[in-house]
Design a protein around this ligand. Structure first.
Ligand code: FES
Length: 156
């Protein structure tokens, strides 16, 4: 399972692959919004541009879904690594700085420390189910299972 390392908060949060970054953050009590966003955000529609996060350098490329059209438009004048949390789906483990527009004392040291501890790999694959030789896979019929049915139909 992917892990989101929230640098500002000093927390690692696990989520399912494909989960919405904003929803994970809110569920885990991570503060995404400044005052303006707390007073009135769009609820995740990509319209208020108050849920900025920064994907910290060193995170795995492709750790979030590609920028949406809304993000391309709304983040035109923002740094390359910024995203709207409500538009981003987590695909692999990554480091995130919430509210990058707000200063963070010792940001470089915090990021360096966060990068020191390796992130777990991306989504773990479900273990393959070992089938006994000759055993049909799920949804597959056993060979000859409906042979009697065919005979009955051909006799009628
Ligand atoms: S919550 Fe409004 S743009 Fe993300």
């Amino acid at each position: 399972m992917p892990v989101i390392r929230f640098v500002r908060e000093g927390r690692d949060v696990e989520c399912y692959p494909g989960e919405n970054l904003r929803e994970v953050a809110l569920r885990e009590g991570i503060e995404l919004y400044g005052l303006k966003g707390r007073l009135g955000n769009c609820g995740g529609c990509g319209q208020c541009i108050t849920c900025f996060v920064e994907v910290v350098d060193g995170s795995v490329s492709g750790s979030l879904s590609p920028r949406t059209g809304v993000e391309e438009q709304k983040l035109r004048r923002r740094p390359e690594g910024w995203r709207l949390a409500c538009q981003a789906l987590v695909q692999e483990s990554l480091l995130v700085l919430t509210r990058p527009q707000v200063g963070l004392p010792d940001a470089e040291a915090l990021v360096a420390a966060a990068l020191l501890q390796p992130l777990p790999a991306g989504p773990t694959a479900w273990p393959a189910v070992e089938l006994a030789p000759g055993e049909p896979a799920e949804g597959e019929e056993e060979p000859g299972a409906n042979a009697g049915q065919v005979e009955t139909q051909s006799q009628g």
